[in-house]
Design a protein around this ligand. Structure first.
Ligand code: ZN
Length: 188
């Protein structure tokens, strides 16, 4: 039996009861190793994180943010971030645009489902449009700016997920379509 290589390698304490005797075992009826607490019998499931994002469009330009945080500090990105509990993917994407660019967007369509299964992340990115053309610089950004396809700093993009969705966006726009594209890392 091989362990899921993407499982965290250690869990020192049970977050439910505080016991330090966590075991790695296959629960009855399951087929994967899980962290199990023998003390309170809770199973600590670990599942992928959703990253929600939205590309804000204004006329023929798109809004990108230069990251002021790690990872990829100083590189440009489409506003994106981890979905919070109790939040729809759409609301999470709009929140990220506000947090990173102080801009209000309306969601247009879902353009990208991008799997990073080896680090347990799934990106869901939308195309949206700026409500009033206004934007600022959010606390997680050092700079926010509108770019045409030709002026995008393609060599300074933070993540393949955003390069993938930007390329698909301009393809969709030229074709007059709103197609959802799917890929896995490292496709761009
Ligand atoms: Zn426990």
């Amino acid at each position: 039996m091989t362990l899921n290589p993407y499982l965290s390698t250690t869990m020192k304490f049970c977050s439910n009861c505080g016991s330090d005797s966590i075991t790695l075992s296959i629960p009855a009826g399951d087929n994967r190793h899980r962290f199990v607490c023998p003390s309170c019998e809770i199973i600590h499931y670990q599942n992928p994180n959703i990253v929600a994002g939205c590309l804000p469009v204004w006329e023929d330009k798109v809004l990108l943010c230069r990251r002021a945080i790690e990872p990829r500090h100083g590189y440009w990105n489409v506003p994106s971030g981890y979905l919070e509990n109790g939040e729809s993917v759409e609301d999470g994407a709009m929140r990220e645009v506000w947090e990173e660019a102080e801009a209000k967007v309306e969601i247009d369509y879902l353009i990208s489902l991008y799997n990073l299964e080896k680090i347990n992340q799934i990106y869901l990115q939308f195309v949206g449009h700026l409500v009033d053309g206004k934007f600022g610089i959010g606390v997680e950004s050092s700079e926010c700016a509108l770019f045409t396809e030709k002026t995008i700093p393609w060599e300074e993009m933070a993540f393949t997920s955003s390069v993938f969705m930007l390329k698909r966006y301009f393809e969709n726009r030229k074709a007059g379509k709103k197609i959802l594209h799917r890929a896995s890392y490292p496709t761009i």
